[in-house]
Design a protein around this ligand. Structure first.
Ligand SMILES: Nc1ncnc2c1ncn2[C@@H]1O[C@H](COP(=O)(O)OP(=O)(O)OP(=O)(O)O)[C@@H](O)[C@H]1O
Ligand SMILES: [Mg+2]
Length: 373
């Protein structure tokens, strides 16, 4: 798939930009604070519905304006698709081929995108929430069903946590009601966990290959799904897993009431990353962690391709300056002529290896974008 056209109006520091993109490579050059990441952010929002750097919708609208618009024309194998998101004080509304969609989340799955930025080191280095988000976003983009399960799970979890707090504070004592929420949480939760395990099984093979490629065979990357339930075995089917989840909830009930929230479930699971059998998060060097973050992103590209039959659009925010020549080469080999890539950089120095493809170069300055040449 590739983006043919991008329009942003009153988004961040843009007044109005309209870009006709190259189906292969697009390079956006500009000094700090000019709008390069803003452009990638706008595109990424259309893939996932959320910004990777802000959860507050109003921050996305230009300070001097009341509403913003992002519009994309996307070429997929099935034909062209037009996507739009309108943002204002009331929130976000989305359109598919000029028709409004009921829910913002319904837009997920039309544009598939993988974003790689220096902050992705967090994926390897920091707490579990980054890895959960990685796996959730990755699966959501290729599975509407999973996306739906996640929304449902979040809803049940909120209700259950509210009830736990009420019981703790002596406002309600309905433990029967809690059992109903346990049932629902474990039913949806088991489905989510099984889907994640299935995807991690595919991802670990792809990521291992990427890691080997980048390190010329020196490093073996392993990924494991780290489940928060006691007594799990890989042979478990959905019914057994649901039963186990429910049993764990009963065992934790007292603790959960004391704390006022749910302490186990897919919202507490993690991925364990190891290099040559060593825990990467705890003991990995900066370079090893960076390589693994890149390997995970490359695995994500291949995973999406295998699920949808098409490569997603790749967004690279200022990453070339941080990669050494081996990693840069690995990335260039993957991209070469097959993945539409949108790259930002402060200067074009490290990008020379890429330019044997067909490409566009743009200059970004104070929220204005001009194509060069
Ligand atoms: N809601 C907004 N309205 C107007 N301007 C905004 C808004 N949000 C951010 N900006 C401006 O956008 C600019 C930041 O843009 P962006 O993050 O895209 O920079 P960049 O070109 O990626 O820079 P760097 O190279 O430092 O990463 C800042 O100057 C900021 O003041
Ligand atoms: Mg930036």
């Amino acid at each position: 798939m590739h983006l043919k056209r991008v329009l942003c109006r009153n988004f961040r520091n843009f007044d109005e930009i309209i870009l006709d993109l190259n189906s292969n490579l697009n390079i956006f050059l500009g000094d700090n604070g000019q709008g390069k990441t803003n452009l990638l952010e706008a595109i990424y929002i259309m893939a996932t519905t959320n910004s990777h750097r802000s959860s507050v919708c109003s921050e996305l609208i230009n300070w001097k304006k009341e509403e913003a618009l992002i519009q994309l024309l996307l070429e997929r194998r099935e034909g062209n698709i037009k996507l739009a998101m309108r943002l204002d004080k009331g929130g976000r509304r989305v359109e598919l081929n000029d028709n409004p969609l009921d829910k913002v989340k319904e837009m997920v799955g039309y544009l598939n995108a993988v974003l790689f930025s220096p902050e992705d080191l967090k994926l390897v280095k920091e707490g579990p929430s980054h890895r959960r988000e990685f796996i959730n976003l990755e699966i959501s983009q290729v599975s509407r069903y999973y996306n739906h399960l996640l929304s449902k799970y979040d809803h049940i979890l909120k209700q259950r946590n509210n009830l736990l707090k009420s019981i703790r504070d002596g406002k309600k004592s309905s433990e029967n009601m809690l059992s109903i929420w346990d049932e629902q949480l474990s039913t949806i939760g088991a489905k989510i966990i099984l889907k994640r395990i299935e995807v991690v099984d595919k991802l670990k093979i792809l990521a291992r290959l990427s890691q080997r490629q980048i390190t010329e065979g020196k490093e073996e990357l392993e990924i494991e799904y780290d489940i928060s339930l006691d007594g799990f075995s890989e042979k478990m089917g959905e019914a057994e897993l649901r039963g186990l989840f429910n049993k764990n909830l009963k065992e934790k009930r007292e603790q959960e009431i004391n704390r006022g929230y749910t302490v186990i479930g897919p919202h507490r699971d993690d991925l364990i990353l190891k290099i040559n059998e060593m825990d990467l998060r705890k003991y990995g060097s900066q370079g090893q962690q960076r390589t693994a973050a890149l390997a995970l992103k490359l695995a994500e590209l291949e995973f999406m391709k295998s699920e949808t039959g098409e490569y997603p659009v790749l967004l690279l925010d200022d990453v070339f300056s941080e990669l050494d020549s081996l990693r840069r080469k690995a990335l260039i080999n993957i991209i070469a002529n097959k993945i539409q890539t949108i790259i930002t950089a402060t200067d074009g120095e490290n990008l020379s290896g890429l330019k044997n493809n067909s490409y566009h170069v743009y200059r970004v300055k104070e929220g204005k974008i001009k194509k060069r040449g």
